[in-house]
Structures are given as C-alpha cells and as structure tokens.
Design a protein around this ligand. Structure first.
Ligand code: COI
Length: 355
C-alpha cells in the first residue's frame, strides 16, 4: 500500500484565461503534485500542494547531467461536461520506460495514475471546453541529489504540473512546412531517442532554429547513421500515405513510442487500411512525391494531435503534398481521435479515463 496523498490547498486562486486566449504551455494551474525519492525510503510523501517553485540545490544532478524524464498527456472537457484523460495508463507506462533508460527508480504505476487523476480532479475548473483546447498534464522526474560525480542520483523529485492549452502550432490543423535536415541528427541507434527525456529536445533546438529562420515550422529528422531513413518530424512521429499504403518508421529505439502514433495506427488498422511500420527512406518519399503517389503526410503527437505536412523541402527541392492542403485520411484521423477525446464518438477501446 502506498502512502495516502496529502492535499494542501492554495490560499488564493489565479485568474483563468479565456479559451480564445489559450496558447501552449504558458499558464499553469493553482496546484501541483509532488513526491520525493530517497534511496533509503523509496518514493514517499505523495502530495498536492500550491503551484510554485521548489528549492533545488545548485549541485542537483539534473542541472548538470540532465538526468530527468517527463511525459505529456491531456485532459479534455467533453460537450457533455465530463472531463476525460486520454490514455493515461499508456503515458504512465512510457514514463516508467523512460525512467528505466535514464536509471531513474520506477514509480508505482497505480500511484502514478492516481497522481494524475487526483490532480486533474482538484483542478477540474481549469479544463477548458472549446474543441482544440485541453488541460495539458506534464509529469516530470528530476534527479535532485547534490552530487557532481557522474552516476545515477540517490534522490529524485516526481512532480506533475498542469497547463490549459490551445493549439501547439500557430497553424493549428493547417498544413506546416518542414525542412528535411541532413546536417544535424536528433538521436542515434543505442542512444536515448526512444526515451522522453529533455536532452532529445535540447538536441533538436539548433536545427529547429535554423529551419525557422529559413521559413519552416519544423524539421524532419533522418537517421543518425546514414542520414537516409526518416525518423521523426519536429517533436512528433511521422506518417505518410504512399499510394494505398500508410507508412511510418518502426520503433527501433531512436524514435519515441508516441501514444497518438499508437492510437492512429490502431484506428487505421480497424478501418482495414494497409499500415506498415517499416523503414522508409527520404529518397523513397521524394520519388513518390515526384510520381504523385505521396498523397498525404502528417505528424502525430499529444500536443498537436495530428499535424498535416503541406510541404517538405529536401536538398533544395520543394515537395508539395496534396497541393498544400490537409488530406482526407489526415482529416478523418484527426476527427476520429478528437471525437473520442471530447466524448462525441464512442470510446470502444477504453482509451479515456473519466475524472
Ligand atoms: C508532443 O506532445 O507532441 C510533444 O512531444 C511536444 C511536447 C514536448 C511539447
């Protein structure tokens, strides 16, 4: 049996933004969930407390060697008023897998799920209701031990913060322009690309900034060894429709096991589509674009859900996809996932957890 969750309420409440003013990840709610780990005690003192900074020793391992993991999921307010978390168990599972790769002691999955449901329950009023808005949930674990040697830390903090959000990309569901980079890579085989850890995002910044300066929304990452195979798009998994085949790179360790990726694949398989998780080269994609068989390209991720790609730029060539418009399948997937998230379509797979 784990410790009961202590709850201390904030003395004052912050004003809540209007749904129409929501951006991504700039506003935080009144409370957060916190739990500590010490080698002798294990995980202890799970609690909800007022949102705010916590003291961290300047020597804390996370600040020096980036021993940390996080995850990201969402709670939605349906048209029926019901708040639902989307696939929280799957996110907990991934947080624990990421922890294992970063030598962070695993959370008890039941307690982790309870931390999410409890905190979102307390902050229910913060869940916005317009379609396209949600409450983003950010569980995080950081190594807090003050120690400058390089080895797994002996103390950690697990915390969960909440942020009411709108669209991740200003483009919303409109297609984005993507630059294919072969000068930089995000991850290499045997590295930490498959774990949700901050270093992957830090490693992506330089290339993403270069792409932005050149007028693109994000980059498409190629594999670290040959710079030939497609890995991910920005912070998202990538899928494409080439003729009648839907192709997405396999989970080989360099890319993240996206929950939206998994959701999209299972929906498309249920719809009887030919779905392949297989290596796909940028040359194959470029050839398909030239031939006119690259029908649709989209990214999948929790933050943006489904983000259509309207253009890929590779070695100076512009590959325009579906005339720069969202494709039929991309739209169908978006509608299907969003329908389940907001409770307007039946959740036959048990993906949502009511709060
Ligand atoms: C996602 O949910 O798609 C992401 O990985 C982006 C997040 C790091 C803001």
């Amino acid at each position: 049996m784990s410790d009961p969750i202590r709850i201390s309420r904030a003395a004052t409440k912050k004003p809540k933004p209007k749904d129409s003013e929501l951006t991504f990840g700039t506003v935080f709610t009144d409370h957060m969930f916190v739990m500590d780990f010490q080698e002798e005690k294990g995980w202890y003192d799970p609690r909800v407390e007022p949102y705010g900074p916590f003291p961290l020793d300047p020597a804390a391992a996370v600040l020096h060697y980036a021993q940390a993991v996080f995850d990201g999921l969402k709670a939605f307010r349906g048209r029926d008023g019901q708040v639902r978390l989307f696939r929280p168990q799957k996110h907990v599972e991934r947080l624990i897998q990421s922890s294992q790769r970063l030598c962070i002691p695993p959370l008890d999955p039941d307690l982790a799920l309870k931390s999410l449901v409890t905190l979102v329950g307390i902050e229910k009023d913060w869940v916005p209701s317009t379609v396209g808005t949600s409450l983003y949930v950010r569980p995080t674990i950081i190594a807090s031990e003050p120690f400058l040697g390089v080895r797994p830390a002996k103390s950690y903090i697990y915390y969960v913060i909440l942020s009411p959000v709108g669209a991740y990309y200003p483009e919303g569901i409109n297609p984005v322009k993507i630059l294919v980079v072969d000068k930089y890579v995000r991850a290499v085989e045997g590295g930490v690309g498959g774990a949700k850890t901050g270093v992957n995002y830090a490693a992506s910044l330089y290339a993403a900034e270069e792409a932005k300066h050149a007028g693109f929304t994000q980059v498409l990452w190629l594999d670290g060894r040959e710079r030939k195979y497609i890995d991910e798009v920005g912070t998202m998994n990538i899928m494409m429709k080439i003729g009648d085949e839907i192709v997405t790179p396999p989970l080989s360790g360099t890319i993240l096991a996206g929950v939206t990726r998994d959701s999209a694949l299972s929906l498309m398989r249920d719809w009887g589509l030919r779905v392949s998780e297989r290596p796909v080269t940028i040359d194959e994609v470029a050839a398909a674009a030239r031939k006119g068989t690259l029908e649709e390209v989209w990214g999948t991720g929790t933050a943006a859900v489904i983000s259509p790609v309207g253009e890929l730029a590779y070695k100076g060539e512009r590959l325009v996809i579906n005339g720069g418009r969202i494709g039929t399948l991309t739209q169908k997937l978006y509608d299907a996932i969003v329908g389940i998230q907001y409770g307007t379509a039946p959740d036959t797979r048990g993906w949502t957890v009511p709060v």
